[in-house]
Write a protein that binds this ligand. Structure first.
Ligand code: AMP
Ligand code: MG
Length: 433
C-alpha cells in the first residue's frame, strides 16, 4: 500500500507551525506496513486542496490529510475534499450530539452555530469518533483508493490515528513490519556504525538504520517479513546480542524505553531517590525525569540554581569553590551533586553546570563547556565535556550526559568508556587544591 500525507493549513506553509503531524503519521504508516511515497504542505484553499489530492491519488492508494477541520470558515478540508470527489456533505448525527455535549461540558452558554461545522462529513464516509476533541476523523472510499481526513491538532490526530488508522492500514496492507531496537548513548553515530559494520550481513542482509537524537543513537533493524515468527524472534535476539557485544555499556536499552525510564527503573530497584541541582539546564533535567509517569517514586526534587548565590544558599556549594574555580568547573559540579544530595537527604544527587551560549564563553571555557556530576553511596562521578551545537542542543545534551552519568553510577559502570562521544574541554580542568 502506497500512502501520501497532505498537511493542510496556512500556518504550516508560513512556518509558524512545525509539521509534526507528518512525522508522526509517516512513522505510524510505515510501521503498519504502508510505504509513504509523498508528502505535501497545502494552504487552506479549496483549489489547492483539490489539486494536491489529485496529485496524491496519481501515486498513492491511501491519502491522509491533517488540518482544516476546525469550526472557523478558513477550515474547509471537508468541503474541498467532498467537492473534489463529487460527494455531498451531511451532518453526522452522533458527531453532532457529541460536539454539543462537549460544548455543554466545557463551555457556558449556547454553542455558536458555526461549531456544528465540525460534525460535517462527506456522505458515505466512515466516521471515526474523536476521543479527545470535536472534529472526527473520516475515511472515504474512492475508486478503489481511500482518503482519510484528520484534525490538525496533534493530540487529536494522534489519538485517532492510533485507534483507527493503524489497525485499518495493518489489515489493508496485510503486512506487519517488525524491528529490533537497541538504544545507545554517549557513542558517536560513525563510531557505532564502524563497530557494527558486519551487522547487516550477520542477519542475512537485514536493513539497519542508525537514528541519532537527543545525544543518543538508536540502532533499528528491520526484520525480514518472509520468515516464520520464531525465526524472526531468533533474528531479533541475534541483532540485539550483536549490538550489545560491540557497543558494550553504551547500550542502555534493547527495547523502546527512554534513558530516563531506565534510570528510573535502576533507582526503583534500589529503592533510592534522586535530587538534582541544575544550573545550565534550568529545570530540563528534572523535566525529563518527571516526564516518565510514576517518577514521583524515585524523584525527590530539584533546584534551578542559576545564580552563584543560589548555588551556595540552596545547594551547598562553598563560596571559596566558586571563587577559586568558577561556577562552571568540576569542583562546582561535584559540590552541586553532593550538596543537593545532602540537602534533600536522598541516596543520589546530580549537578549540572555549563555554558550553553551563545554568549558567556571564554578561551579557557568556551561555549559548550559543561560539567556534570552524579553522586551516591558509591562515590562521585564527574564528567567534563565540550558539547557542540546551539543553546538548545547544548542544554539537551547536558541533560542526556547527566542521566547517562547517573546510569553508570547506578550500574557500577566506569564513568566513561573508550569511544565515548562527549569530549573533554581542550584546557585541562584547574588542579584541585
Ligand atoms: P485544524 O483546526 O484542524 O486546522 O487544526 C489547527 C491546529 O492544529 C493548529 O493549532 C495548528 O498549529 C495545528 N496543526 C495543524 N497542522 C499541523 C501539522 N501538520 N503539524 C502540527 N500541528 C499542526
Ligand atoms: Mg486550520
Amino acid at each position: 500500500m502506497r500512502a501520501e500525507v497532505l498537511s493542510i493549513g496556512n500556518e504550516v506553509l508560513s512556518g509558524r507551525t512545525l509539521d509534526t503531524n507528518f512525522q508522526f503519521l509517516a512513522r505510524l504508516l510505515e510501521e503498519a506496513g504502508a510505504r509513504v511515497v509523498g508528502h505535501q504542505a497545502v494552504p487552506d484553499e479549496e483549489g489547492a486542496i483539490a489539486e494536491a489530492l489529485r496529485l496524491a491519488f496519481a501515486r498513492a492508494d491511501l491519502v491522509l490529510t491533517t488540518g482544516g477541520l476546525g469550526p472557523t470558515p478558513d477550515d474547509l478540508t471537508v468541503e474541498a475534499v467532498s467537492a473534489a470527489l463529487d460527494l455531498a456533505t451531511m451532518f453526522d448525527a452522533p458527531t453532532l450530539a457529541a460536539v454539543e455535549a462537549r460544548w455543554a461540558r466545557l463551555m457556558r452558554g449556547p454553542m455558536p452555530d458555526r461549531n456544528r461545522r465540525q460534525a460535517l462529513v462527506p456522505a458515505g464516509a466512515t466516521v471515526w469518533p474523536n476521543p479527545v476533541g470535536s472534529a472526527p476523523g473520516v475515511l472515504i472510499a474512492h475508486g478503489g483508493k481511500h482518503v482519510a481526513l484528520f484534525p490538525g491538532v496533534p493530540e487529536e490526530m494522534r489519538a485517532l490515528a492510533v485507534q483507527f488508522l493503524a489497525p485499518w492500514v495493518r489489515a489493508a496492507s496485510g503486512r506487519t513490519v517488525e524491528y529490533a531496537l537497541v538504544r545507545t548513548v554517549g557513542i558517536a553515530e560513525s563510531v557505532l556504525e564502524e563497530r557494527l559494520a558486519g551487522l547487516s550481513a550477520a542477519l542475512g542482509g537485514a536493513w539497519v538504520a542508525y537514528l541519532p537524537g537527543q545525544g543518543g543513537v538508536d540502532v533499528r533493524v528491520t526484520l525480514p517479513e518472509d520468515v516464520a515468527p520464531e525465526e524472526r524472534a531468533r533474528l531479533a535476539a541475534r541483532a540485539r546480542d550483536y549490538v550489545c557485544e560491540r557497543a558494550g555499556d553504551h547500550v542502555f536499552a534493547t527495547e523502546d524505553r527512554t534513558l530516563e525510564e531506565v534510570v528510573g527503573a535502576l533507582l526503583t530497584a534500589q529503592s533510592a531517590h534522586v535530587a538534582v541541582a541544575e544550573s545550565c539546564t534550568g529545570g530540563l533535567l528534572g523535566g525529563r525525569i518527571t516526564a516518565t509517569p510514576g517518577s514521583s517514586v524515585y524523584f525527590e526534587g530539584g533546584v534551578e540554581c542559576y545564580s552563584n548565590a543560589s548555588k551556595v544558599a540552596l545547594c551547598g556549594v562553598r563560596p571559596e569553590t566558586l571563587e577559586a574555580h568558577g561556577a562552571v568547573s568540576e569542583e562546582t559540579a561535584r559540590e552541586l551533586a553532593e550538596g543537593i544530595r545532602a540537602r534533600f537527604g536522598v541516596g543520589y544527587g546530580v549537578g549540572v553546570t555549563g555554558i550553553a551560549g551563545p554568549d558567556g564563553g571564554t578561551p579557557e571555557k568556551p561555549v559548550g563547556t559543561v560539567h556534570v556530576a552524579a553522586t551516591g553511596p558509591q562515590g562521585t562521578y564527574h564528567r567534563a565535556m565540550r558539547l557542540f551545537g546551539n543553546r538548545a542542543q547544548v542544554r539537551e545534551r547536558s541533560v542526556t550526559a547527566a542521566l547517562e552519568l547517573l546510569r553508570r553510577l547506578l550500574k557500577g559502570l566506569p564513568p566513561t568508556t573508550p569511544g565515548a562521544m562527549f569530549t573533554p574541554p581542550a584546557a585541562p580542568p584547574a588542579p584541585r587544591p
